[in-house]
Design a protein around this ligand. Structure first.
Ligand SMILES: [Zn+2]
Length: 424
């Protein structure tokens, strides 16, 4: 940051802090904290109910129907499912661009998994109970508070229960909203609610790209066809070459060869071999560079393996070998400007609530808007949770009201504060 911009930034931060203090001082908003605390038994019920409905990747329909029913019951208008299966509801406001509040409804657990959702004492247990039944519950709690406490807001609020955040879903729900929906250009800011807690503000989108590499050759007998290029050896050469690639430490960038396969028997030259490669960075350029290096390593490895076969058995007919690199997942990277308004608002709200939170980098639904240069953050739904993506997942609603109040204040501030007059 330059010395010139610093006082400007702190001035605007002071003004923002003042605005948020005024907002938080409004009677409807002040009573919300207490209201959230009192309604906890109902939130717990919603969370258990929603989590019990299986929502594997590409199988979110039943949970989406349940959520749509709940949002309509709470009094939201225009509740519907969009073309890809996201639940969408609008809470109207003034004629200005909307703010979106979303929670992904899918889980990592395949269809048929025994989710084993249950309550023991205060704590909730079961697969997906925190990631993201907690987020979905926060979405409902927020809608309920706005309606019941008649909290006015200037910008319209777009409530989204989106599909396809986890794994091979590859953020398809959020992609649809920002690439194809009627709101794609209008949304002014996005708050993504994912998992439990109040201790982070996710403002950097960790990007990833995943590849399947397949190398194919003629195959043959280990003795009589010796010298035919071997796809497993070619892949091993490619892994060696790729692993020599220079890797940036800042921004942190990583790669992994996670799965390798191929071949049929010990005395056969394989016809094919494959591997899966994962590359991650918050820099889109680094991801591009690593993809380029991976492609180069595979090309070079195939050439070397063909040459090596010719050297080992010069009497043989030259053999062909080819390779294919397919992208099997892609999450775009990006980061907010350090002075982004949404970040300033989140920090000011945390200061007001006495909540300490770290700015963090992660891979969430917020990747899509952040990578497009739009304002977005991901927040926890309050309470505490653990064991995400395991059957031992748990959620403790203690202190959930702080998380909900935090989200409410951030959303209201993003929505341009509270509308004056008798706005409904
Ligand atoms: Zn999640």
């Amino acid at each position: 940051m330059s010395p010139v911009s610093r006082p400007i930034a702190s001035d605007s931060a002071a003004i923002l802090q003042q605005e948020i203090q005024t907002l938080a001082g409004r009677t409807e908003v002040r009573t919300a904290l207490d209201w959230f605390r009192k309604r906890e038994p109902e939130f717990t019920r919603w969370q258990l109910e929603g989590a019990q409905i299986g929502a594997p990747p590409f199988g979110e329909n039943a949970r989406a129907d349940w959520l749509a029913g709940k949002l309509a019951e709470l009094g939201l208008r225009d509740v519907r499912k969009d073309g890809i299966g996201n639940v969408v509801a609008i809470k109207p406001g003034s004629n200005i661009p909307p703010v979106s509040i979303s929670a992904h409804i899918d889980t990592v657990f395949p269809a048929g998994t025994a989710l084993n959702i249950r309550q023991q004492g205060r704590k909730l247990f079961g697969a997906g109970i925190s990631d993201n039944a907690a987020g979905v519950t926060a979405l409902l709690a927020l809608a309920a508070a706005l309606v019941e406490l008649r909290i006015p807001h200037r910008a319209p609020l777009l409530f989204l229960g989106n599909v396809g955040e986890e794994g091979e879903g590859d953020l398809r729900g959020m992609r649809h909203v920002f690439y194809d929906s009627e709101w794609k250009d209008a949304i002014s800011a996005s708050v993504v609610i994912d998992g439990a807690g109040t201790d982070t503000i996710i403002c950097e989108a960790l990007g990833s790209r995943r590849f399947e590499v397949v190398v194919r050759g003629p195959g043959g007998h280990s003795w009589s066809d010796f010298g035919v290029p071997n796809p497993i050896v070619a892949l091993a050469r490619a892994i060696y070459l790729f692993s020599q690639t220079r890797i940036a430490t800042s921004p942190k960038t990583t790669f992994n060869i996670g799965v390798i396969g191929g071949g049929t028997s010990v005395n056969s030259i394989p016809e094919a071999a494959s591997m899966r490669v994962d590359v991650r960075s918050s820099s889109g350029e680094e991801i591009e560079r690593l993809e380029f290096e991976l492609r180069r390593a595979v090309d070079q490895a195939v050439t070397e393996e063909i040459r090596s076969g010719e050297r080992l058995n010069p009497a043989r007919q030259p053999a062909e070998m080819d390779s294919e690199i397919r992208i099997i997942g892609s999450r775009p990277a990006g980061e907010l400007e350090p002075n982004a308004r949404i970040l300033q608002i989140a920090r000011a709200v945390d200061a007001l609530l006495g909540n300490s939170a770290q700015a963090q980098r992660a891979s969430t639904d917020a990747n899509i808007p952040i990578s497009m240069g739009r304002e977005a953050i991901a927040l926890g739904a309050g309470g505490r949770g653990g064991g995400a993506h395991t059957l031992q997942e748990w959620f403790d609603p203690i202190g959930r009201e702080l998380g909900l109040q935090r989200i409410l204040l951030i959303v209201l501030a993003l929505a341009g504060g509270i509308s004056s007059g008798a706005q409904k």
